[in-house]
Design a protein around this ligand. Sequence first.
Ligand code: ATP
Length: 343
Amino acid sequence: MTSAMKTLAITELLGDGIGSELRESVHAVAKRLPLEIAFEPVDLSLESRRRDASAAYDAVVTSLARTKLGLKYPTVTAEESPNAVLRSRLGLSVIHRPVHSIPGVASIFKEQLALDIVRVAVGGTYDDPGQRIGNDVAVSLRIIERRPCTEAARFAFRFARAHGLSVTSSSKHTIQRATDGFFEAIVREVAAEFPDVPHRVELFDALLAKICLRPRDFSVVLTLNEYGDFLSDMACGLIGSMGLGASGNYSFAKSGEIDVALFDPAGGTAPDIAGRGVCNPTAALLAFALLLEHAGHAVYAVALREALLDSIATGKTTRDVGGSLGTVDFTARVCDALSRRIA
Ligand code: ATP
């Protein structure tokens, strides 16, 4: 390692349950990379939040203002949802959720899936709790704003361009003309900036069927908040795994460039197995791979993903996916596979 190498500073948001075991796994992998990485831990555990929640969240915001790069471990949702607080404190407006088939993980779906779901992470029907009107009626407000839609669309088209993929935007614009129609109009404006990236529009109900029937036709899928939520879970179900994925969450500067990028594994805190050395670190390591790619180290990101997939495909994995290894032994296999790949 050269002294001229730029240190990669990463804010680590420590959580609860299996979080500390996932972190050990990430650190073991990080040590195998020819990079100088400085982890800046911030305690976001329930204990720390109960002691002084605003101090805990302030510390996250302060550290991320400097590093612009974060890795979050699972946190318990008790008084508040840390993910919701972070989304609002950091202005995270776009979620990127890759859902790719994992050879070796059992699924009743026989096709290969390789979706990159890009979702507007704010608004839709999710930001208004709604209200009851008398006994027989309830209403809620559906909010679609230009700024996050533009940010999500630009992210999707840039990602598609960088990886030679197409973009499918999806909504119910023929029925929800004002709201979804507005979204699709914004997507069309952004699409015009990327004439080299193929773009098509699908109605969301039809999209679900088409993904099940011909998954290879779809790669980057761009949606509003609630559709992205539904689609992510359906896609995870198809590949046989709710807990093996990871997401990137992004906020944007006024210039339109990404400001803060926060990566997290899909699974929860798994209190039933915490501290027993058996948790599967795959999702946390996939989150770390997404982070590496975002930080300009795509080569190491690809190597880490392949090292993980190889280890899972050979069946030498943790118990939840049919193997017999503990977290430390599985991590060691991934580390060795990674070292071989980047040698
Ligand atoms: P939370 O409230 O944080 O969501 P939970 O236990 O309700 O916690 P998950 O953490 O998603 O929800 O756990 C659901 C099940 O999946 C549990 O049986 C847990 O042990 C298992 N599980 C979750 N994450 C992992 C993991 N990384 N490795 C192995 N098993 C896991």
